[in-house]
Ligand binder design. Structure first.
Ligand code: GLU
Ligand code: ZN
Length: 324
């Protein structure tokens, strides 16, 4: 596997919450193409902190990715096997005085009064400056629920920007993010930052719904002394939308490889249709991942979301509707 001094690595990091849908598969294809076209390793990481028992879903997802022709280097890593890494990162932050307990319920955070420039839902700092006595009382008050642990962002909260390979300049709000939830589960932002650094990942390709989280992750990278932009590059990929204009979901019909297989659409054809959606193949053309690699040009990736319509009647289960 990659380590310091090598050509670096890209990765795909699915959450095993069910079958991958076309949006996930399209992002995975792009992650593979970005990594392979830049001479990087391509790594796989199952983000199962929330669902460590969902082993079946993870295996199914990996099989789906293989069926599409995406090969990765080494074995797929599982976050549920890496708790010790997150624990030690948290301990380092704590030793630096950068961790505090938060007893807020979600509702309280949503309803809180915050600075005028702070986005809705961002953490208003409620529990940040408690005295030991206040902390103990707050903890008692939520018992048996346990406090979450938050990062004491040195700036309090800040707008932070980075250059995205696809989106250009992106800025996000970096507040006192959760490091470990009240139920003891390490938070996504901590795990992803620790894992990417530990795995030698220096190119992160993922759905653009995560673009706003990147600012928080960069703050964490810096505080933990891990590589951050420009040493780490980001490409946030436009989402796939369903016919109703919302993010593609199960309700939108045949959206997974197995749904499509039931309609006679084989993985090879799904790959072709996804390639068409990326402007990398002609409709009806059969194409392999190595062939796509030869055609890959990040500058030509469509930047608008791809709207997918299920069209079971005319036999073409995937099509790109004309946009008005
Ligand atoms: N596990 C996340 C997801 O499936 C992706 C995390 C990442 O790529 O940073 O949405
Ligand atoms: Zn709080």
């Amino acid at each position: 596997m990659t380590s310091e001094g090598s050509a670096g690595a890209g990765r795909y990091a699915p959450s095993p919450s069910g079958e991958l849908h076309l949006g996930n598969l399209r992002t995975a294809m792009l992650a593979w193409l970005f990594a392979r076209s830049t001479g990087r390793a391509f790594l796989m990481r199952v983000e199962d902190l929330d669902r460590a028992r969902d082993a079946g879903a993870a295996e199914a997802q990996l099989a789906e990715l293989r069926a599409l022709g995406l090969e990765w280097d080494g074995r797929a890593v599982r976050q549920s096997e890496r708790i010790e890494l997150y624990r030690s990162a948290l301990a380092r932050l704590d030793a630096a005085g950068l961790v505090y307990e938060c007893t807020c319920a979600r509702r309280e955070i949503l309803d809180a009064v915050r600075a005028p420039h702070a986005p809705p839902g961002s953490y208003p700092g409620t529990c940040r400056d408690r005295t030991p006595r206040e902390r103990a009382a707050a903890r008692d008050a939520i018992s048996p629920r346990l406090p979450a642990l938050r990062l004491r962002t040195p700036s309090g909260a800040e707008e932070l920007g980075f250059e995205d390979l696809l989106m250009g300049r992106v800025s996000g709000w970096a507040d006192d993010l959760v490091l470990r939830r009240g139920d003891g589960v390490f938070a996504y932002n901590l795990a992803v930052v620790v894992d990417d650094a530990e795995m030698g990942v220096d190119q992160i390709v993922r759905g653009d719904d995560l673009a706003p989280s990147t600012a928080r992750q960069i703050v964490l990278q810096r505080l933990l002394g891990l590589p951050s932009p420009p040493r780490v590059s980001y490409a946030h990929v436009p989402l796939v939308l369903g016919p109703n204009g919302a993010r593609l979901a199960k309700r939108d019909g045949a959206v997974t490889l197995s749904d499509l297989a039931e309609r006679g659409v084989a993985p090879d054809e799904v790959r072709s249709r996804l390639a068409v959606s990326l402007g990398m193949a002609e409709p009806g053309e059969t194409i392999t991942m190595p062939q796509l690699l030869g055609r890959f040009d990040p500058a030509r990736i469509p930047l608008e979301p791809w709207t997918w319509c299920d069209a079971p009647d005319d036999g073409s289960a995937l099509q790109r509707p004309d946009h008005p």
